[in-house]
Design a protein. Structure first.
Length: 200
């Protein structure tokens, strides 16, 4: 077998391996993101297009609590993208709403755990009397607007864990900063009511 044929065979093998990796990663993501459970006849859509298009200044009611959107972070990892809206309810506790589209819309309400001493990487993590199991790890590019405490653009690393059907645990590090730890609860879209301040 001459050199050009060997190079061609090697290139085909490398391409096949890349395709397999991409397919496996896509399936893992789909399995790691359970589908939302929309209530019959209910929708999260607002006149401006729903939770994806929330912006600083908008107000959101999640279950029985109202929040103001103080900032928005948009993240992209390969062909996957999602949004995190930072929420303020005057309690001093950090909250955020993540909005992801996969097979279905997924909404998660996150609450910061600034005192947590756990770090990511282990297959399972115990926190607050609950055991979380690793689901995915990655790195994304982000852009930020509003009051986020971040540069307007950069990179973010993350490790995500799950417990049961609805409980989540996340570790995020923006730029060179340390890990931010948060616990999350998967929301039903009917839990969310959007109250935009103005049409955009």
């Amino acid at each position: 077998m001459d050199a050009p044929v060997m190079y061609l065979v090697a290139a085909v093998v490398v391409l096949a391996v890349l395709v397999v990796v991409i397919v496996v990663r896509s399936r893992r993501r789909a399995a790691a993101r359970p589908a939302g459970r929309p209530a019959p006849g209910r929708t999260t859509e607002s006149p401006r297009g729903g939770p994806h298009r929330l912006a600083p200044g908008d107000r959101v009611r999640i279950r029985d609590r109202e929040y103001a959107v103080s900032g928005t972070i948009r993240l992209v990892e390969g062909d996957w993208s999602w949004v995190q809206h930072l929420l303020d309810d005057d309690s001093g506790t950090g909250h955020r709403l993540s909005v992801e589209d996969g097979l279905d819309l997924e909404l998660v309400l996150w609450t910061a755990e600034p005192g947590a001493t756990v770090t990511p990487g282990a297959p399972t993590i115990d926190l607050g009397g609950r055991r979380y199991t690793w689901s995915e790890t990655g790195q994304a590019r982000y852009t930020a607007i509003g009051e986020t405490g971040l540069p307007s653009a950069g990179t973010m690393r993350y490790h995500d864990y799950q417990s049961g059907g609805d409980a989540r645990l996340s570790f995020e590090a923006y730029g060179e900063e340390g890990w931010r730890v948060a616990r999350g609860d998967l929301l039903d879209p009917a839990d969310l009511t959007i109250q935009p301040t103005e049409e955009r």
